[in-house]
Design a protein around this ligand. Structure first.
Ligand SMILES: [Zn+2]
Length: 227
């Protein structure tokens, strides 16, 4: 009993560590962005939302434009399907409250990471400056400088930032998924080994050949009385 509680706790810990480790390694996304026109941000500015997904990684950004955004054909998505509910406050409320003071082109992005679902996130603010984009990480630790993106439409939600915010439900789901995966990985071979040792008349603890010994005799090799 104590042994199985130990195994379950070990798998739970491994699940948490795996979920966390996967969330720390964002993959640079090369997939096309989907776009959603969010709202009139006020002060003559509009807000457009873009999102690019890749394995274990999603980059999401809201940018202030001085024109109503026209998405490339086939890439306009519903806002609801582009922005998760937990990310709305960080992105959309920001555009409403910041439009009066921020310049055209200012953007806020969220990088969410984790697999099979998002477990952690970080965010960043981005503003055009002379010849480069000013970039400031929020809720995360920057590992690499933001690349300069002369292309006006390029947001940089793909920089290497270690996320420090947790998506509670997502993290719990990832941890449970990986705990189960570790449980299967670790338990099945151990159980199979015990099963085959028992069937072949060996000590299930150390594999010593017990044939010819009394059933309740301790194992001469390891002293175990398990059969
Ligand atoms: Zn033994």
């Amino acid at each position: 009993m104590a042994r199985s509680i130990h195994s379950v706790m070990r798998c739970a810990l491994l699940g948490v560590l795996t979920a966390w480790a996967l969330a720390l390694f964002p993959v640079r996304s090369r997939n096309p962005m989907s776009f959603a026109k969010a709202a009139n941000a006020g002060n003559g500015l509009f807000c457009s939302v873009s999102r690019a997904d890749n394995f274990g990684h999603s980059g999401l950004a809201a940018a202030l434009t001085d024109f109503e955004f026209v998405a490339p054909p086939g890439q306009l998505a519903e806002l609801d399907s582009v922005v998760s509910s937990w990310a709305r406050r960080e992105l959309l409320e920001w555009t409403q409250s910041s439009a009066p003071v921020l310049p055209r082109g200012a953007a806020r992005g969220i990088i969410s990471t984790g697999w099979p679902t998002f477990a952690m996130w970080s965010s960043f603010d981005q503003q055009p400056s002379t010849g480069f984009w000013w970039f400031k990480a929020r809720n995360g630790i920057v590992l690499g400088a933001a690349p300069s993106t002369p292309d006006y439409t390029s947001l940089s939600p793909h920089d290497r930032v270690l996320p420090t915010r947790i998506v509670p439900l997502g993290f719990a789901a990832c941890a449970a998924f990986w705990a189960f995966a570790w449980f299967i990985t670790l338990m099945i071979p151990a159980r199979a080994k015990r099963h085959f040792r028992r069937r072949s008349g060996r000590c299930i603890n150390c594999g010593y050949d017990r044939r010819g010994l009394a059933l309740d005799a301790p194992c001469p090799e390891c002293g175990s009385v398990l059969r």
